[in-house]
Design a protein around this ligand. Structure first.
Ligand SMILES: Nc1ncnc2c1ncn2[C@@H]1O[C@H](COP(=O)(O)OP(=O)(O)OP(=O)(O)O)[C@@H](O)[C@H]1O
Length: 249
């Protein structure tokens, strides 16, 4: 059995099926990209997996366990981490402080800073900042970070929480070409250690990082496979007709 299984997943908003009988199987350690035109149901699918939205039908299995009815906090404890498009870092705190708080998951974050007053990061924080390339900026206040650095800090916050399944919505949106390149390198390092599901419109980025791509259309799986197979799939071409083809998604 795959690490994550969506079986006939469905959610209806006032009768409109944003996700409509979606089947998806993702192996442990895989990096899966979700593609699809605007409104295809990509973000809603991530919402269903992390428990932000409750499905109106179907099942979600994580490592063989049915989590369909589990609330968001319980899925988070099981290792499901979600990165949203809008960053949720504490702007007035340093990178190190943000990471220590994320790691502790303490209900009163300020107490963590009393427990970790030292300027030396804990071993896991030190390891993670090296992965995302922020090791030289540990004491920089988050408010002073570039857009790219803020996104990397958020990824690091999921990593220190040991999220086994990481869901990301357009991680490269608003990034420069250099920042996107660095993000791609970070993802290459995460592959195999974490299972990643990434919604992304930047086809250059998708080409670099994805092994398998799932294309959604009207809340269903339209096509799945490596990039060449997706680009040559007549169903995908038809669904993207008018938007200049998938390469211009
Ligand atoms: N809470 C909600 N209430 C009503 N309709 C919703 C809700 N959330 C999403 N939808 C609708 O469901 C459909 C799928 O939305 P979703 O955000 O998942 O698409 P998407 O593929 O992520 O699109 P985009 O690439 O534009 O972000 C859209 O038509 C959207 O308007």
């Amino acid at each position: 059995m795959a690490y994550l299984e969506l079986q006939g997943l469905e959610v209806s908003f006032d009768g409109f099926k944003a996700v409509n009988g979606l089947d998806l199987s993702i192996e442990r350690g895989e990096l899966r990209c979700l593609l699809g035109a605007n409104g295809a149901g990509k973000s809603t699918t991530l919402d269903l997996i992390c428990g932000r939205t409750q499905p109106t039908g179907g099942r979600i299995l994580l490592d063989g366990r049915d989590i369909t009815q589990d609330p968001e906090y319980r899925r988070s404890r099981l290792g499901v981490g979600r990165k949203f498009q809008v960053p949720s870092v504490f702007k007035e705190l340093s990178i190190r402080e943000n990471l220590e708080i994320a790691r502790s998951r303490h209900p009163e974050p300020w107490r963590t800073l009393c427990v970790f007053p030292s300027r030396r990061p804990s071993p896991r924080v030190a390891e993670v900042v090296e992965i995302v390339g922020l090791e030289d900026a540990l004491d920089t206040q988050a408010a002073h970070l570039s857009h790219g650095q803020t996104q990397w800090l958020e990824i690091a916050m999921l990593l220190v929480q040991d999220s086994a399944l990481i869901l990301m919505d357009e991680p490269t949106a608003g990034m420069t070409v250099q920042e996107t390149g660095k993000t791609s390198a970070i993802f290459q390092r995460l592959r195999g250690r974490h299972t990643l599901i990434v919604v992304e419109h930047d086809m250059g980025f998708v080409r670099e990082v994805a092994e398998t791509i799932t294309v959604l259309h009207q809340g269903r799986r339209l096509s799945e496979g490596p990039i060449q197979a997706i680009e040559n799939d007549p169903k995908v071409r038809e669904a993207y007709l008018g938007s200049g083809g998938i390469s211009h998604a």
